[in-house]
Design a protein around this ligand. Structure first.
Ligand SMILES: Cc1ncc(COP(=O)(O)O)c(C=O)c1O
Length: 391
């Protein structure tokens, strides 16, 4: 048995501190937007190397409010990707804007900057790249295009706490950055949570107002807002966990290195973070045409594995009205067919990665005639994707 992630193992390592922090909140009688939230906001802004952080009740709320704070609304278009969790798209729709999908790069699996300019129209207001699996999108060209066209950039950093791009932290490069603290995230609360980080005081002020019913003072509602406030208990938990995030990230990165070494020579394409990146491995995904077989074998062996994500957002029934069809985003669709996420969490004993890869090796040894006519070799698989993009 190797679970996909083990939140109980994490709790057991920090139980005394967490229990004390929760007890402190309970006995304080202050449960929403209090001193724990304020302390967390200051510390998380520092961690992201931004001047401001506003904590909210989920990553989805963070995206929604970042869009509204940036002035995105009805009739606007937001350029984003479809290889993401649906929340990215949902938040754009909540704001009244329309998501416009561009394909992802076949090597980084994040927004392909070379496709952005063709997607810009007079209605485009923002670009919303997603730092998928903990690897930051190629931010320099994205920012250059945004500045050239007067567009806002909002980073979806829900999976990328502490990730870096040329030494700069996730959330600190765009105009606003959005995080999720859903329990399974690299920095996870004991329930829902999220945050917006920014260097722009006017954006921080708008998020403060919008998350708390648009109140400037009690019962003085200056704009129409929402109840998106963060709980004190969640902030208290996050304040404890923030002390461990770097240590946990190092553990994830060394597990990824182990997987990389063990998978060498097997027909599973490994993540290829570019030079610019500090990948934080919220997800460690490989690619294989034998994905379904490998997934079944892992599950049969009691190993938690998953697919992030099996159906891209543009092909989800819920978003059919956006008018996309199969074939519109070929790289995204290819990844959805090939992705396989392996267990990775800081408490995973490093030697157990060999058990996971042992199962993948058995899948690799299966005769391949019935699988596909495509090449079995991961490198030519990648080349195939590049050629396809060039054509
Ligand atoms: C890429 C991405 N964006 C947004 C979200 C939404 O965050 P939450 O679940 O906290 O609302 C998530 C997390 O689930 C995510 O993975």
């Amino acid at each position: 048995m190797i679970p996909f992630l083990d939140l109980k193992a994490q709790y057991s390592q920090i139980k005394p501190e967490i229990d004390a922090a929760v007890a402190r909140v309970v006995s304080s009688g202050h449960f929403v937007l209090g001193p724990e939230v304020t302390a967390f906001e200051e510390r998380f802004a520092n961690y992201c190397r931004t001047t401001a952080c506003r904590a909210v009740n989920s990553g989805t709320s963070a995206l929604h409010l970042a869009l509204l704070a940036a002035g995105v609304g009805s009739g606007d278009e937001v350029i984003t990707v479809s290889m993401t969790f649906v929340a990215t798209t949902a938040a754009i729709l909540y704001s009244g804007a329309r998501p416009v999908f561009v394909d992802v790069d076949p090597v980084t699996w994040t927004m392909d900057p070379s496709l952005i300019e063709a997607a810009i129209t007079p209605r485009t207001k923002a670009i919303l790249p997603v730092h998928l699996h903990g690897l930051m999108a190629d931010m320099d060209p994205i920012m250059a295009i945004a500045r050239r066209h007067g567009l806002v950039v909002i980073e979806d950093a829900a999976q990328a706490h502490g990730a870096e791009y040329r030494g700069r932290r996730a959330g600190s490069i765009g105009d606003l950055g959005c995080f999720s603290f859903y329990p399974g995230k690299n920095l996870g609360a004991f329930g829902e949570g999220g945050a917006v980080v920014t260097d722009r005081p006017e954006f921080a002020r708008r998020v403060s107002l919008l998350r708390d019913w648009g109140q400037e003072a009690k019962y003085d509602h200056v704009i129409a807002g929402y109840n998106y406030r963060m709980d004190e208990i969640q902030s208290a938990v996050l304040n404890v966990k923030l002390d461990y995030i770097e240590h946990w990230t190092d553990a994830r990165r060394s597990l990824a290195e182990r997987y990389n070494a063990l998978l060498s020579g097997l027909p599973f394409a490994r993540p290829q973070p570019p030079q610019y990146a500090r990948h934080v491995y919220h997800v460690y995904a490989v690619r294989s045409e034998r994905r379904d077989d490998a997934l079944n074998r892992l599950r049969d062996a009691g190993i938690g594995a998953g697919i992030h994500y099996p159906v891209p957002v543009h092909l989800q029934r819920a978003y059919a009205e956006l008018g996309y069809r199969a074939g519109d985003l070929p790289v995204t669709e290819m990844l959805a067919n090939d992705f396989l996420s392996l267990p990775i969490y800081p408490e995973l004993p490093p030697e157990r990665t060999a058990e996971v890869v042992g199962i993948l090796r058995s899948a690799a040894l299966r005769p391949s005639a019935d699988i596909s006519t495509r090449s079995e070799h991961p490198q030519s698989f990648m080349t195939w994707s590049h050629n396809r993009r060039a054509s």
